[in-house]
Design a protein around this ligand. Structure first.
Ligand code: FPP
Length: 241
């Protein structure tokens, strides 16, 4: 099949994951504090969610705060969690009426109390919805996720409750924080860097990767549609000939 006959022939991705990078640079370029970049980064979240739902994407997973982000200044961490709580407070009614389900993955035990409470309340409020699932990866790192899955299986094996030979890919995947998520079809990273930064390593095994220089606060509907078009033009073989 030549490139032109392949163009846009595939279905849209079922699961899109996004590394939202570039908020700090966006703010610095305007002489603003980094927290303003994060604040501006909430707008593309709204845009993408609406656009993805319209296109029939079933899962949108966003890297909102990595395990490594705990090393940032207390001010920046505080501003990110305040922003998260505000976003949830102000958006939950709209998310409820548009059918969005909410999910969170990561080491949530490290979250500040009020943010965790806001998150739990929002997840609960939206649990009856049946539309697109928005998953926020918060205090998330794939290596930690994989290590905790291994530790849980090892504990069951050590207790004699699990024969080690029963451990296969399916059982292992069922112990991941992201167990309820399907494999990622399309991974988008904004902000110019071309790496996966410890995000959903298990689930991106056959994902198509899309990198753009656009900084996250500037990433709009046009940019998203371009990424989707690019995805649909690719031939996916999943290791087959
Ligand atoms: C990376 O940019 C971005 C983050 C660490 C935070 C992502 C958070 C948001 C987009 C806020 C809105 C999210 C929700 C769910 C309401 P960076 O600070 O590393 O940017 P830089 O590479 O330019 O420094």
């Amino acid at each position: 099949m030549d490139a032109s006959s392949r163009e846009n022939h595939g279905p849209p991705p079922g699961h899109v994951a996004v590394i939202m990078d570039g908020n700090g640079r966006w703010a610095e370029a305007r002489g603003l504090p980094r927290s303003e970049g994060h604040r501006a980064g909430a707008e593309p979240v709204r845009t993408l969610l609406k656009c993805a739902a319209r296109l029939g994407v079933r899962h949108l997973t966003l890297y909102a705060f990595s395990s490594e982000n705990w090393q940032r200044s207390p001010e920046e961490i505080g501003s990110l969690f305040t922003l998260l709580a505000r976003y949830l407070d102000s958006e939950t009614a709209e998310l409820l009426s548009s059918g969005v389900r909410l999910n969170a993955i990561g080491d949530l035990s490290r979250l500040p109390g009020p943010s965790l409470a806001a998150l739990r309340d929002a997840v609960e409020a939206l649990s009856g919805n049946e539309g697109i699932t928005l998953t926020l990866a918060i205090s998330y790192g794939s290596r930690a996720e994989i290590a905790q899955a291994a530790a849980r299986l090892a504990a069951r094996a050590a207790a004699g409750a699990l024969p080690p030979e029963d451990i296969d890919e399916g059982l292992f995947a069922s112990e991941l924080w992201s167990a309820a998520l399907p494999d990622v079809d399309l991974l988008i990273r904004t902000g110019g860097d071309k790496r996966v930064s410890n995000f959903l390593l298990w689930k991106i095994a056959y994902a198509e990767l899309y990198f753009t220089d656009t900084l996250w606060p500037d990433f709009g509907e046009e940019d998203f549609l371009k990424a989707i078009d690019d995805f649909r033009s690719r031939e996916r073989r999943f290791g087959r000939a």
